[in-house]
Structures are given as C-alpha cells and as structure tokens.
Design a protein around this ligand. Sequence first.
Ligand code: NAD
Length: 234
Amino acid sequence: MGKAACGGLLARGHKVRGFDIRESSPIVDAIVGDISDAAAVALAMTGIDAVVHLAATPDEDDFPSKLLPNNIVGLYNVLEGARKAGVRRIVLASTGQVVMGHKGPWPITPDMPFSPRNWYGSAKVMAEVAAQFFAHVHGLSVIVARLGWCPRDKAHAEQLRRDEFGKDVYLSPGDAGRFFVCAVEAPADLRHCVVFATSKPVRKARYDITAAAELLGFSPRDTWPEGTEGIAEG
Ligand SMILES: NC(=O)c1ccc[n+]([C@@H]2O[C@H](COP(=O)([O-])OP(=O)(O)OC[C@H]3O[C@@H](n4cnc5c(N)ncnc54)[C@H](O)[C@@H]3O)[C@@H](O)[C@H]2O)c1
C-alpha cells in the first residue's frame, strides 16, 4: 500500500515523506523510525499537510507484542502528532475486516454496524472510532479508508487467486495509488467520512464504494487480476 500511495502521489507532483520501521522506500525523504516512538513520529510530522497512515501490523497477529504497539500506540502517536503539528488531513487505513461478520446483504455499506472477528479487526474499529472523535473534537479532516485486498507479494496474490470473495474486494496497486491521491486532494471542508476502496468486482460488489466516488471522486479502473504483474516476490 505504501508503494502504491507514494507512486500515485509522486506522479501527481506531491512531495512525499516516508516513515517506516525498515528502509523500504525509494523516495528521497524517507525516515526510518517506529510509530510506537512518539518523539520520532512528532519529528516526522514537521511541515506536513496530510498524513496517509498505513504503518501497522497488517493482519491478525499477537495482540500484546504486535497489534498493541503497532496498531494502537502507533495510531495514538500518529493522531496526536498530527494534531500538535497542525496537519490538516489524515487518511487512515482501515479494512473490510471491521465488518467481517456480515454475510450480506451485499454490498456492505459504510454505515452498517461493526462486526470484527479478530483482534486485528477490533484494533481497526478502535482506529475508526478515534478518527471520528478526532475529526469532531479537534477539527482535523479525517478520511477512513476501508481498503480492499491489495496483495503484498506474490504469495499473497496467490492466496487471493484461490479466494472467490477476495477477487470481488481486490484493490489493484494502480487503483490504490489513484485512491490515495483522491483522498489527499479531496475538498478541504470534508471533515470526516468512512469509505470502502476496491477495484471493480469480478462477480458481485461486496463493498459499496459509492461514498468514495461521491466524496472523493474515486473511480476504479482495474478488475482482478489486472495490475498484479508488478507485484514483487515476498
Ligand atoms: N494489503 C491489504 O490488502 C490491506 C487491506 C486492508 C487494509 N490494509 C492496511 O493497509 C496498511 C498497509 O498494509 P500493507 O498491506 O501495505 O502491509 P505491509 O506490511 O506491506 O506494510 C506495512 C508497513 O508498515 C511498516 N510498519 C509496521 N510496524 C511499524 C512500526 N511500528 N513503525 C513504523 N513502520 C511500521 C512495515 O515495515 C511495512 O512497511 C495497514 O494499515 C493495513 O492494515 C491493507
């Protein structure tokens, strides 16, 4: 997701600063740091207009050692760091796993109740709830993006290939990049929203992306397996 976001934003002429615990980014202004380190996050916020918050443990994992520091403490540091630095917009990576328990009616809309089924999904519910309070109490513009399935590597893409539901919620790297551009560039007076972001479904729309179209101007171009060619080995 980070590569897709950086690629999309750089292609549009935005200046991008990366922040990751490992050296992974080809961008020039790349900071290596841990989002559970408040001071490092605060420093990275200097001079920033918008934060695309992706850094996290990206799936179910051990809560005390992984999800708590990376997805909860990290979330706290990013939101508070952004507020103190006067950042105007935060784009927050959430997931369809916050509504994993729903078995229809399809497509799931952003206003349907939460139904996480694991600690990862529950941590993202907390992120969504914190985003809402931040927008309303502190006045930041917060866009919660329930991102579809964007394969991290070839093994992840192979897993998706065997999953019929997954193909309907696929998010190609190209569409992900375009989505993050739309989210960063959305009208400044958009205070808070929750949107699904996927490419076009193969068989049936599982997540309703109308809000992403209407509020952010996002419209997907790809359908699984379009866009998988460039996905790297793990
Ligand atoms: N890929 C998907 O299908 C998908 C779907 C829905 C939501 N998401 C969300 O998108 C975001 C990005 O996920 P991804 O799939 O690109 O995973 P990824 O593992 O490729 O990217 C996560 C990045 O966060 C970094 N990171 C982890 N802990 C960190 C820490 N403590 N400090 C700094 N950096 C840290 C990792 O080094 C990694 O580069 C995550 O928030 C994930 O929950 C991903």
